[in-house]
Design a protein around this ligand. Structure first.
Ligand code: M6R
Length: 616
């Protein structure tokens, strides 16, 4: 959950580190720190609780001497409160070594006791300081930073990315990773390390993946990767598909506002190259193969949060088109239920970051149990795709705001594309039927652009409701995951109690929550819906209106019943039922953002959260 950046090269380390940290701040923002080896060979560090700006202000008042080797960190606290002392870097070897860490060292208590018994002292409450002191001791014994790191990681349990530098070896940063992200940026006479490519994309778009249990040593003119035993490893090189400007706000008030505006593009880009003359083209599934996909008897989708809601929508589409049973399981619940899976199960993981630890562990469990594993992921070079047999990348571009928006519509699009592919290989839909669905899907980006026109009206509603303490969301069939997503956005952004319900469940309990003035968003199915759910949801609106609720309906343009009953209707363009959620969700993304803004909250970095949850 922390952001990590490392640099060796001729340029100002501080400039590179601070630029990287500003791009990585979405990963954690309760404290930040840097360590730099100045040109006289002295190690200097600075760290501050609070957002990156606190560190920047501090460096403004009292500059740190700059140099050509450095590491930087932005923290999401696990062990120890977010204060100056617990912020990274932590020091070892009498202050000559600096180390930063993402993850959790699970056996830190026993290692700390061992170090205390050996006479070491600690200045923080963190698990990280244990690693800093251990690497320092091993460096004193070996004089080799990579070897010292190798010896220490052999003793650590848990998940970690570690970066370390030492006064005695200028121009060197050593990194190690286990179940936590780290990528290498290749420059010209300079090299970089980062939790993700955002750390260095401003300087280079050439990157190398680092696998599990590997150690990397960067110098200005070389990169050496080994496994934890010291055997050489050849990392895979890739080109970052987006440039630094894609990760800038570009004139928008927040990253979230920018990313909502990019929802049409996220769908269009995820379809790009995957539709050829009305047919689905998914060569990335070749490692699994059509024969296998034709013979699987079950799909289990694993994901967390918003990605899991995308999975719920995928279930409706895949079951309808390909007639395969689909189960959606939260990643953190998956392996503990002893799931019944085997070679005829396709496990589909969904993750924007590709680093969510719960999902990564579920993917590993599924692979070991013999299931076929496919990932849907938005981040190149991430861990989950590496642990999967095949990957469908969503092309939403970098998502910086902690609340997921454009990644959600891209994930749903990828799942629909997968559903249509499965329908073909399993001969459940004809080429003509697939072409019809593809044509509808291709119209979604333009329709999404129409939905964005309602932004101003939604902003007004959100401003009026700034004092609201509770909002409910109702939806039925594919509207249900949309209701869940609307409620999650409001909780995480505006810190308001919000719940999403299946509308049919209302009479089984939740209707007791309705009292005069209660705000309820209702995702209304199309009046043309072949499942005839429209009148049922309209009845739900009548029931809650009768009890004094204020209803905001997200309904198809021209839905006269919704217009007659609801206090407010946000219209969405006509689309077949399965595609409506892609349109209905956007007003809820906007509403969550605007209500949080009306309350004066930081919509990009809500309290207590981090963009990618890399601890279990
Ligand atoms: O990176 P992932 O897609 O694996 O992240 C999954 C969830 O942590 C994420 O969707 C989270 O729920 C967001 N904060 C929702 O806006």
């Amino acid at each position: 959950m922390c952001g990590i950046v490392g640099y060796v090269g001729p340029n100002s380390s501080l400039d590179v580190l601070l630029a990287g940290l500003s791009r990585l701040e979405y990963r954690g923002y309760d404290s930040a720190g840097v360590a730099v080896l100045d040109r006289a060979g002295h190690l200097g560090t600075r760290k501050r609780a609070g957002k990156l700006v606190a560190l920047l202000d501090d460096l403004e008042v009292e500059p740190l001497r700059d140099g050509e080797t450095g590491i930087g960190h932005t923290r999401w606290a696990t062990h120890g409160r977010p204060n100056d002392g617990n912020a990274h870097p932590h020091l070892g070897d009498n202050g000559k070594l600096a180390l930063i860490h993402n993850g959790i060292i699970e056996n830190f208590s026993e290692l700390k006791q061992e170090l205390l018994d050996a006479g070491e002292t600690f200045t923080s409450e963190t698990d990280t300081e244990v690693a800093a002191i251990m690497v320092g001791r091993e460096f004193r014994a070996t004089g080799d930073l990579a070897e010292a790191m190798r010896r220490v990681v052999a003793r650590l349990e848990g998940a970690f990315t570690l970066l370390v530098m030492h006064e005695d070896v200028p121009g060197v940063v050593v990194g190690a990773r286990r179940n936590s992200p780290l990528v290498i940026g290749l420059g010209d006479g300079e090299n970089f390390l980062g939790s993700d490519v955002a750390a260095f994309v401003e300087f280079t778009r050439r990157a190398l993946e680092i696998g599990q249990d590997q150690i990397v040593t960067i110098r200005p003119d070389s990169v050496v990767v080994t496994d934890f035993d010291g055997n050489d490893v050849e990392p895979r090189e890739f080109e970052v598909e987006w440039d630094a400007s894609a990760a800038e706000k570009g004139g928008w008030s927040s990253f979230m506002a920018k990313e909502i505006s990019e929802e049409p593009e996220a769908v269009a880009n995820t379809l790009l190259g995957r539709v050829v003359e009305g047919a689905i083209h998914l060569p990335e599934l070749d490692p699994i193969g059509d024969d296998v996909l034709a013979s699987i008897d079950r799909i289990v989708v694993i994901a967390c949060g918003t990605a899991a809601y995308a999975g719920l929508l995928g279930k409706y589409a895949i079951e309808k088109w390909a007639r395969i049973p689909v189960e959606v399981v939260l990643s953190h619940e998956f392996r503990y239920s002893e799931p019944v899976i085997g070679p005829r199960t396709l496990v589909v993981s969904i993750s924007q970051s590709g680093e969510t630890m719960d999902t990564l562990m579920a993917v590993k469990y599924a692979s070991q149990a013999g299931a076929r594993v496919l990932s849907i992921c938005n981040t190149q070079g991430a861990t989950i795709p590496r642990e999967s047999e095949a990957v469908i990348y969503t092309h939403a571009g970098p998502e910086v705001a902690v609340a997921s928006t454009k990644a959600f519509v891209a994930q749903v699009t990828a799942l629909y594309v997968l559903g249509l592919h499965l329908a073909r290989v399993r001969e459940r839909l004809s080429a003509h039927q697939i072409a019809e669905q593809v044509s509808e899907l291709q119209q979604i980006p333009a329709k999404l652009a129409d939905v964005l026109v309602s932004s101003e009206r939604i902003k007004q509603l959100a401003t009026w409701m700034a004092d609201t303490r509770s909002v409910l969301f109702l939806g039925r069939h594919v509207g249900y995951p949309v209701a869940l997503e609307g409620a999650l956005k409001l909780k995480e952004l505006a810190y308001i109690h919000a719940e999403g319900f299946a509308a049919g469940e209302l009479k089984h309990g939740p209707i007791a929550l309705i009292e005069p003035g209660q705000i309820v968003f209702v995702v209304v199915p199309s009046p043309r819906d072949p499942l005839s759910l429209h009148p049922k949801v309209i009845s739900n609106i009548q029931e809650i209106k009768a009890r004094g609720a204020r209803v905001i309906a997200i309904a198809e343009q021209g839905d006269t019943a919704a217009i007659a009953l609801a206090d407010e209707v946000i219209p969405i363009p006509l689309a077949p039922p399965l595609f409506e959620p892609l349109l209905a969700v956007v007003p809820l993304h906007i509403f969550g953002m605007e209500l949080a803004s009306a309350k004066g909250l930081d919509v990009d970095q809500p309290r207590n959260l981090a963009k990618s949850v890399t601890v279990e």
